[in-house]
Design a protein around this ligand. Sequence first.
Ligand code: PSV
Ligand code: MN
Length: 388
Amino acid sequence: MPDIAAVKAALAAQRIETPSWGYGNSGTRFKVFAREGVPRTPYEKLDDAAEVHAFTGVAPKVSLHIPWDRVEDYATLATYAKERGLELGAINSNTFQDDDYRLGSVCHPDAEVRRKAVDHLLECVGIMDATGSADLKLWFADGTNYPGQDDIVARQDRLAEALAEVYGRLGDDQRLLLEYKFFEPAFYTTDVPDWGTAYAHCLKLGPKARVVVDTGHHAPGTNIEFIVALLLKEGKLGGFDFNSRFYADDDLMVGSADPFQLFRIMHEVSRNGGLRTETNVAFMLDQCHNIEAKIPAVIRSVMNVQEATAKALLVDGDALAAAQRDGDVLGANAVLMDAYNTDVRPLLRELREERGLDPEPVAAYLRSGRQERIAVERVGGRQAGWGA
Ligand code: PSV
Ligand code: MN
């Protein structure tokens, strides 16, 4: 049976990174709903992230998105984060919101547009130097909409060339994390559609390049935990963009649509060494809170990851190995289901109390009165939003 003290230690050591854009307004192409108290600057987004960390104790890192989080002085932003017990995490590039990128960015047929895109990626590495961020997260909207529109292999060559230049600019402790997504905004071909394409590029680049698994970026029915297990085995899992989906890239709260899938993913992570600090897997959220209160939703999401992790840590590894060895199909499955069906909330409540935290983070945040305070204080200015 798993040792509860070791389970608690692993849970206390886990770090979950929250996205700056999760604190701003977001929506669909139909409507972006404004909410009271939404941050107006990257600094205010950090203030909100600090609350999430204060109530959960495991979310000290914040991912930034450039240009949405552009500031005059990134070192000042990093100091501001530090003063609040935070660190700046992955820098997410953006090569999808300029008119120039209609036919792609780093895969565009025109060398001038490719240059502009690569220069942006290099700028992001410069920002990492200033913030102390270790990860550059790349997601490309590049692709085509119609058969024959462009040459599939030529686009792969352009992608490889761009990635090689950016990789060459990385410092010793910096990594390039390449994200894949099977469709949208391109509908016929996408230049990095799947883990295999991302993996092939990362392999060619070298040890500082790794794949990011965004849980919302797969075709329905894809076995994501298989991908996770394989990437971990090959030393190429850089991290996660956690979220939930019912249909496509829905960006809902992680663990809300399919908590069993999240458990299966965390089981492979735990089983294959992904919770060890030295494996360096970044557990990032990539979510948008369109209709729900944002800070409580981020807290809830962090807790959902913790609950799935706790269940994965409760899998009886010895019993599982024995059942697998004996070809005991039902027995092996029962070991996993026992762990999944365990109510881990009392364990997590206990852990929080031991660490001086309120056992119920969402309720504690709501009781704190901060939400009402920021609603009054954050008046005027322009609310931050997805894409701004
Ligand atoms: C693309 O859908 C994506 O998942 C990428 O991670 C972006 O950086 C993020 O969404 C926010 O646009
Ligand atoms: Mn993502």
